[in-house]
Design a binder for this molecule. Structure first.
Ligand code: SAM
Length: 216
């Protein structure tokens, strides 16, 4: 049976070979990836695979994203530390924890109640005090705590849900996988004077965003 130190060594190796070696440079992101114990976010039967270079099942037909994807999406948000971030698609809560290591407050919404509950238990056990978890349709955003400096969507959508763009601060960034006929592309949206500037980043594979402004 592995001890805490064995998991730490696996994590260090993951950061070196999957994160830094593939070009992630932001020291805040690297530090967060080194700190968050990914094995605590997966089922007991998968803990020895938690630092592998792939997504893993978390139940309810959903997945915890590949470590590189978590690091890369976080880096694309251009965080500096004082932000209020909205995450749509809490899943296991792993990406939430990575964000919580970096920013001031994280608001996160998960459609599937059982996943939201489990993520909350994990994040509470790890002592994150700056995370606020909600269960519901994240395509509507969370108006009461808006506007947000950054928004991250971790499920693929046919387009940018209008409420999310509305709830982004001027100068804010949103990272979202967008699907079309040819596949999915990770897109960064910047809000400048209420206008939208889109950058296509790279191809990706995510579960669908299901909701009023996602897939029905
Ligand atoms: N980032 C997560 C992690 O680290 O474990 C993985 C997220 S998983 C790829 C995508 C999640 O989005 C799933 O848990 C799914 O239930 C959720 N989801 C899909 N549609 C949603 C919606 N409209 N609102 C909130 N969550 C949604």
């Amino acid at each position: 049976m592995w001890k805490k130190r064995d998991f730490e060594l696996q994590r260090e190796l993951m950061v070196k070979t999957q994160i830094i070696a593939r070009g992630i440079k932001d020291p805040l992101v690297i530090q967060a990836m080194k700190r968050v114990p990914r094995h605590m976010f997966v089922d007991e039967s998968l803990i020895y695979e938690a630092y592998g270079d792939y997504p893993l099942p978390i139940g309810e037909n959903q997945t915890i994203s590949q470590p590189f994807m978590v690091a890369s999406m976080t880096e694309q948000l251009e965080l500096t530390g004082g932000e209020k971030v909205l995450e749509i698609g809490t899943g296991s809560g792993y990406q939430t924890a990575v964000l919580a290591e970096i920013v001031r407050e994280v608001y996160t919404v998960e459609r599937i109640e059982s996943l939201a509950k489990r993520a909350k238990e994990t994040l509470d056990r790890l002592g994150y005090k700056n995370v606020h978890i909600f269960s519901g349709d994240g395509t509507l955003g969370l108006l009461e705590y808006s506007p947000y400096d950054a928004i991250i969507v971790t499920a693929a959508s046919p387009d940018v849900p209008p409420p999310l763009f509305e709830q982004l601060k001027d100068g804010g960034r949103m990272v979202i996988p967008i699907s079309d006929y040819f596949g999915q592309t990770l897109v960064r949206v910047r809000k400048k004077k209420r206008r939208e500037i889109r950058e296509r980043l790279y191809g990706c594979v995510f579960v669908p965003l299901v909701g009023e402004y996602g897939y029905r």
